[in-house]
Design a protein around this ligand. Sequence first.
Ligand SMILES: NC(=O)c1ccc[n+]([C@@H]2O[C@H](COP(=O)([O-])OP(=O)(O)OC[C@H]3O[C@@H](n4cnc5c(N)ncnc54)[C@H](OP(=O)(O)O)[C@@H]3O)[C@@H](O)[C@H]2O)c1
Length: 244
Amino acid sequence: MRFGIIGAGPIGSIISKKLVKNGHDVKVADARGIEHLEGKELAGTVVRVEDVMENIEVLIISLPTKAMQSIRNIIDQVGEEVIIVDTSNYYPFRDDKIEEIENGMVESVWVSKQLGRPVIKAFNNLLAYTLENEGTSEESSGRIAMAVAGNDPSQKQVVMDIVYELGFDAVDSGSLSDSWRQQPGTPAYCTELTKDELTEALKKANKEKAPLLRDKVIERFTEKKEVEFSHKDVVNLNRKIYNS
Ligand SMILES: NC(=O)c1ccc[n+]([C@@H]2O[C@H](COP(=O)([O-])OP(=O)(O)OC[C@H]3O[C@@H](n4cnc5c(N)ncnc54)[C@H](OP(=O)(O)O)[C@@H]3O)[C@@H](O)[C@H]2O)c1
């Protein structure tokens, strides 16, 4: 398939490498200018953001939430048939406070409003390390699953198939309005669950508690700045706090 990616942080870069490895055609752009991509470990063709939408089937946007408005003019030029995927998570300490999200608007619903387009939410509930290193073949037991939410069933299926191909089971987590169940602070968020476990975790999510639990995890990291958390430590902390 033909992909465009905007944003080459860990998630955008890892997705680019995995897609290219699987034989897909990938263009990668940075929202702030092509020079930001210099020296980055990514795969595919580096393009200007103005050119990323040419001849693609799927556009993956992998930016901090606060940067979404800055690409609205680019998204306006993306063909109607192109599937747009949002990988973002809202963190007020990083994204500045976004009032509508603070007041309960589902993060990717907000993103979709900023972009003026429907989006499929995916790649947000696995850590970059998990995405890069923990994918496995279909027949392996204990395969980790990713949540995929969105309103268009056929677009969602395409994204779920891509997730599956990149080494993870995919769980249909409902419409975009349901996607708060996979936001930071929920039991489904970066806890490395199998398909059955993730399906249960999505059901257990608590919308009111999630932002508090999200901030609690961040506090743990900031109060123990001197401690080096391993990937397993992070997953275990998420499991403990997001299930509390
Ligand atoms: N890291 C994870 O484990 C993880 C897991 C799941 C989902 N996510 C979510 O996925 C999204 C991407 O995360 P990430 O960790 O891969 O990378 P990131 O640090 O959020 O950066 C992604 C890209 O956005 C660019 N960027 C940063 N600030 C910007 C701004 N103000 N305007 C325009 N572009 C800006 C970065 O450029 P520079 O590199 O030049 O700064 C980079 O190309 C985020 O919303 C994140 O919450 C992250």
